[in-house]
Design a protein around this ligand. Structure first.
Ligand SMILES: Nc1ncnc2c1ncn2[C@@H]1O[C@H](COP(=O)(O)OP(=O)(O)OP(=O)(O)O)[C@@H](O)[C@H]1O
Length: 287
């Protein structure tokens, strides 16, 4: 399965065969904190992250910034157990979702993926599947049962939260692949929301989009963060300033594995960073 396939953020198909069926939970879930502790990562014997710790508070947008290749996407994939899909990949450390380790062998992989959704750089809806079916596709993957009325309500709610409902309400049976790039990305956000994640990871979600679509996604993020903890990787410093509450600056210096140089309140990181390398990066002097 490709890392960026629509299934990558959900569960392998065959998991639905063995999972107990769940009933659609309609209660709002409590805001969740994600805490990464001493995360190191390798591809084969190439270490790409060295003991990275970061608390991603409930109800906040955390932006991961830093030059290309410093391990931001790897770190993000570790946060919902996608790193382990790569055969050569290994890791050390802990990821705690409200205090519970998502890598605990007693916890099911599908639970981590359901609680911690992911949106990728390139929009990846199921292209031939209808807009409606794209949104509810995660229910089957997580073994969640829902009536037709519940699905109708879920589709409307998730598309509305993703800022797409008004544009597609009259063509829910049209294929997802027929939407514009920005609309497809919002459809992917709606699909992620349908399984009621507590955390949403976004890996450069706007880098393939025009400024108008980017602005719509940013507005959507600011709405979503009332209910969902968000972690975004972005190369766009203006975007980091517009959407995030806190920032973490990653750097892999002189062939060393990536690490966090500095993290904290976004405004402070941009106006008065503690480390001169952060100052240089946020002011476009390298990277
Ligand atoms: N599938 C893989 N196999 C081997 N090495 C990989 C793989 N994915 C990433 N790497 C290596 O891990 C390091 C970190 O890559 P990663 O994509 O996490 O960085 P990044 O900061 O997200 O970069 P970018 O901003 O360009 O997306 C790089 O040296 C990269 O070459």
């Amino acid at each position: 399965m490709s890392l960026e396939s629509p299934l990558a953020g959900g569960a392998p198909d065959d998991l639905t065969q063995v999972m107990p069926t769940m009933v659609l939970d309609r209660q709002p879930s409590a805001l969740a904190t994600l805490d990464a502790r001493a995360i190191s990562a390798w591809f084969g014997d190439h270490q790409v992250l060295d003991r990275v710790s970061l608390n991603m508070p409930a109800g906040a947008v955390t932006a991961l910034i830093g030059p290309s290749g410093c391990g931001k996407s790897t770190f993000l994939r570790i946060l919902n157990r996608m790193h382990e899909l790569i055969p050569s990949a290994s890791l050390a450390g802990e990821v705690l979702l409200d205090g519970a380790d998502i890598y605990d062998p007693k916890r099911r992989l599908v639970d981590a993926r359901k609680s911690i959704g992911m949106v990728f750089q390139k929009p990846n809806p199921f292209p031939a599947m209808s807009i409606y079916d794209n949104v509810v596709s995660g229910l089957k993957l997580t073994g969640t049962r829902a009536t037709r009325d519940e699905k109708d309500e879920l589709v409307e709610t998730c598309l509305a939260k993703a800022g797409l409902w008004k544009e597609v309400r009259d063509r829910l049976r049209a294929p997802g692949g027929g939407l514009s790039g920005g609309q497809q990305q919002r459809l992917c956000i709606a699909r992620s929301l349908a399984v009621r994640p507590r955390v949403l990871l976004m890996d450069e979600p706007c880098s393939a989009l025009d400024p108008t679509s980017t602005r719509v996604i940013e507005e959507t993020m600011l709405e979503l963060v009332q209910d969902i903890t968000i972690v975004i990787v972005t190369h766009n410093m203006q975007q980091a300033q517009r959407v995030s509450t806190q920032c973490a600056f990653f750097l892999a210096s002189h062939g060393k594995p990536g690490a966090i140089v500095e993290h904290g309140d976004t405004d402070a990181m941009f106006s008065d960073p503690l480390d001169s390398r952060t100052f240089d990066y946020v002011n476009g002097r390298f990277g």
